[in-house]
Design a binder for this molecule. Structure first.
Ligand SMILES: [Zn+2]
Ligand SMILES: [Zn+2]
Ligand SMILES: [Zn+2]
Length: 124
């Protein structure tokens, strides 16, 4: 089960997945086991919650920097209002390293909304 869930994440590396998408990707999975697996993965520093301002809870793979003890996903989440995809933007964490003196960021939920490259460059 854990392996299967991980595989779905790896196949969709570039975007965050809602629990609904995961259920669809794993038709045999039992809901309760799926949620338990997600919670375990989050605790182990494998995935993180990608808040995108929608009511759907989404999860994305962590970068290698995360561990069981600390999540270091201080990046922005980009929510495409055209296709609904949520993407981790590691490039946009620079802001957090330019905080005025004395401000230490422990957590952040930076949500950007707009159009993702797929939608921006889509041939109409
Ligand atoms: Zn993380
Ligand atoms: Zn899009
Ligand atoms: Zn993320």
């Amino acid at each position: 089960m854990r392996l299967q869930v991980l595989q779905v994440f790896l196949l969709n590396r570039e975007q965050a997945l809602s629990s609904h998408q995961l259920e669809t990707g794993l038709p045999d999975a039992d809901r309760i086991t799926l949620y338990r697996t997600l919670r375990t993965f989050e605790q182990k520093g494998i995935i993180h919650q990608a808040l995108d301002g929608t009511p759907n809870q989404k999860y994305a793979l962590c970068s290698g920097a995360c561990s069981e003890h600390q999540h270091l996903d201080q990046h922005a989440h980009f929510h495409c209002s055209v296709c609904g995809k949520t993407i981790c933007l590691d490039e946009v964490n620079q802001l957090l390293h330019q905080m005025p003196a004395g401000f230490i960021v422990h957590s952040s939920h930076l949500i950007l909304r707009g159009s993702c490259p797929d939608c921006t460059f889509r041939v109409v």
